[in-house]
Design a protein around this ligand. Structure first.
Ligand SMILES: Nc1ncnc2c1ncn2[C@@H]1O[C@H](COP(=O)(O)OP(=O)(O)OP(=O)(O)O)[C@@H](O)[C@H]1O
Ligand SMILES: CC(=O)N[C@H]1[C@@H]2OC[C@@H](O2)[C@@H](O)[C@@H]1O[C@H](C)C(=O)O
Length: 361
């Protein structure tokens, strides 16, 4: 007999690892578990973002391996909270985005949901984006509805910024309206460029970027990418923003450290520009995702948004690395209650839809 606990599992575009969150029906987090992706699986998922040989079998095997890794993270979250699987009503499991092409009518998150149900003994709700795409939407971002639940304040305009691999903003209007869209790359290019020149997963605290100089002409070329001028609804991913994209912008003669500084500035610019265009009256910015730990990035944001109070989501009760997994727990709850998970004003779908596909335990 379930007492309506929900779990969320997320592995995002940065491919840093898997977050599992267990929460109650009042959206209080009971436990959080994070673990890196096994390195061979991480490399394969990264490779599957590009066309390659024998994709079908490789995708199926990666979806299996991801289900096993998800099951492990979920088990650890349950153990931390000392909660048996039988008390969890459902788990919302994102899977790994390897293609995001809403303009072609699909978005693809790898995950063997059947295997996760088998391993966990919990109802699995996955494939949470396809229905919105089928209804003409972008299938992303989905978190604005959850951000509204946990971060909105009556009478105050609040913006919530996820700085993951990609960046996305939720605009929670004082008038009760919620908007949202992807700003562009947040950490994905910073991680990849840092990895190429310095090794390691990411530029800790943005220290390398902070030691460089922004290259004004390169920054201008990066900012000229047409994606940044698109009106919402808009979403993006590694399909567009990868190292090939960066190399096409002309890097000859520019020191790698200055490219890193320029990439950090691009992230800050894309967010500030979007806020100034879309929500000029807003003055509060809540930051979540791994970029919330990058003080160089936050300093650049503050410099471009001097009137804003920029705070970590932890200040509002939800630590930065728990927000997305919690959102997918909330989406599982919405599915169980057959409530819509999307916001058509955000994704551009023709209407509200119940999101997800169910693999019963
Ligand atoms: N201490 C830190 N200093 C600098 N950057 C950090 C730090 N900790 C995390 N990050 C950045 O945050 C990233 C992970 O963020 P997060 O887990 O929110 O992304 P994601 O969920 O994979 O992406 P998305 O939200 O696009 O799906 C890392 O790849 C790294 O770039
Ligand atoms: C297709 C896809 O996986 N999109 C992710 C990605 O990572 C950040 C940004 O791009 C956002 O649009 C989305 O994730 C969050 C969880 C969302 O749907 O709100």
């Amino acid at each position: 007999m379930s007492d309506r606990l929900y779990a969320g599992l997320m592995s995002g575009t940065s491919l840093d690892g898997i977050d599992a969150v267990l929460m109650d029906a009042e959206l209080r987090v009971l436990a959080h578990s994070f673990g890196p992706l096994p390195s061979a699986l991480r490399a394969e998922l990264l490779a599957l973002n590009q066309p390659g040989d024998n994709e079908l079998e490789r995708a199926a095997l990666a979806a299996n391996a991801l289900a096993d890794a998800y099951a492990e993270r979920l088990a650890e979250a349950l153990a931390l909270a000392q909660v048996p699987a039988g008390r969890v009503r459902a788990v919302g499991a994102h899977g790994q985005t390897v293609r995001h092409r809403p303009e072609r009518g699909y978005t693809l998150q790898l995950l063997n949901g059947a295997r996760l149900a088998e391993r966990s003994g919990i109802d699995v709700v996955c494939d949470l984006r396809s229905r919105d795409v089928a209804a003409g939407g972008q299938g992303a971002p989905l978190v604005p509805a959850f951000h509204r639940e946990v971060f909105s304040r009556p009478g105050v305009d609040v913006a919530v910024l996820n700085l993951g691999g990609m960046g996305n903003l939720s605009l929670l209007g004082a008038d009760g309206q919620t908007r949202g869209f992807d700003t562009g790359p947040a950490n994905v290019l910073l991680d990849a460029w840092h990895h190429r020149h310095r090794g390691g997963a990411y530029d800790a605290d943005g220290a390398w970027a902070a030691s460089g100089q922004v290259h004004a002409e390169l920054l201008a070329r990066l900012c000229a990418e047409p994606y940044f001028a698109l009106p919402p609804p808009r979403s993006t991913g590694r399909d567009l923003f990868d190292l090939d994209w960066l190399e096409r912008q002309g890097l000859q003669g520019i020191a790698p450290v200055d490219v890193q500084a320029s990439l950090a500035e691009l992230t800050a610019w894309s967010v500030a520009e979007a806020l100034q265009q879309q929500a000029p009256q807003t003055q509060e910015l809540i930051v979540c995702g791994g970029g919330a730990f990058n003080s160089d990035l936050l300093r650049r944001l503050q410099a471009r948004l001097p009137a804003f109070q920029i705070i970590s989501s932890a200040t509002r009760g939800l630590p930065p690395m728990q927000v997305e997994a919690a959102a997918f727990a909330w989406l599982a709850k919405a599915f169980v209650e057959r409530q819509p998970g999307n916001l058509p004003a955000v994704t551009g779908a023709t209407g509200s839809r119940v999101l997800g596909a169910l693999y019963p335990a």
